[in-house]
Design a protein around this ligand. Structure first.
Ligand code: GSH
Length: 224
């Protein structure tokens, strides 16, 4: 299975982690849509939205991290990344969707765009007010919601699921960008995050990301 995307991307990491956990043989072809002319010429045929990730599985192309993960789940059911219980299944998919909207679009993306993409790639001014709003308003609201779920080891169904991959992947970029969870305010979330960062799948994934993170000057000091 070919995975198109860049390992540092929140949604690409979700898919790489799933492939790793399910032991689906895969290779990553680096595609960085924010860099003009970087994607391959037939990119829109592979990813109709132009976003990463997308896959090519023996000629079958598919975009969107959630669609890909659900496809992987059918292709390689074990270990399951969707809970078997109906309600936990619903919760896991809700949290995955919430992570892509409230957390990614509302918190992580404005920070990433203004700290990295605008000044370094697009060569346009960074909107400090957007970063400030994300850090002081959107982030505490999102983290407060997660804290209210009283996260222990996992967010849905007592087992690792798509919900954890989505939430943790967002928190990783937040940390790469030099920001930290306020452990006094969000103690359960902090413990939950550190537990996942220490897992074997994440440690090897983070190791593979090292050259990309170094090249972009990201903060790796939080990786224990
Ligand atoms: N719903 C999509 C969202 C994908 C997405 O937002 N990808 C970002 C990177 S994490 C992207 O391609 N950004 C490039 C751009 O906006 O041009 C998914 O889950 O795959």
């Amino acid at each position: 299975m070919k995975i198109y995307g860049v390992p540092l991307s929140v949604h690409t990491r979700k898919v790489i982690l799933a492939a790793r956990i399910k032991e689906i043989p895969h290779e990553v072809e680096v595609v960085i849509p924010v860099i003009p002319d970087n994607p391959p010429p037939n990119w829109r045929e592979i990813s109709p939205t132009g976003l990463i990730p997308a896959i090519n599985d023996d000629g079958f192309v598919l975009a969107d991290s959630t669609a890909i993960l659900l496809y992987m789940e059918r292709k390689r059911p074990q270990p399951a990344l969707l809970p078997s219980n109906d309600r936990d299944y619903g919760t896991a998919l809700f949290l995955d969707s919430w992570a892509g909207s409230t957390m990614f679009r509302g918190v992580i993306l404005p920070i990433f765009q203004n700290q990295v993409v605008n000044p370094s790639i697009r060569k346009v001014a960074c909107d400090n007010a957007a970063i400030e709003a994300a850090l002081t308003k959107a982030a505490p609201e999102a983290f407060g919601y997660l804290e209210s779920l009283k996260p222990e080891a996992f967010l849905a169904g007592g087992k690792l699921s798509i919900a954890d991959l989505a939430v943790v992947s967002n928190l990783i970029l937040f940390h790469y960008l030099g920001h930290r969870l306020d452990a006094a305010r969000f103690p359960k979330l902090q413990t939950y995050f550190r537990r996942h960062v220490g897992s074997a799948a994440l440690q090897s994934t983070l190791k593979d990301e090292t050259p990309f993170a170094q090249q972009m000057g990201l903060d790796r000091s939080w990786i224990g």
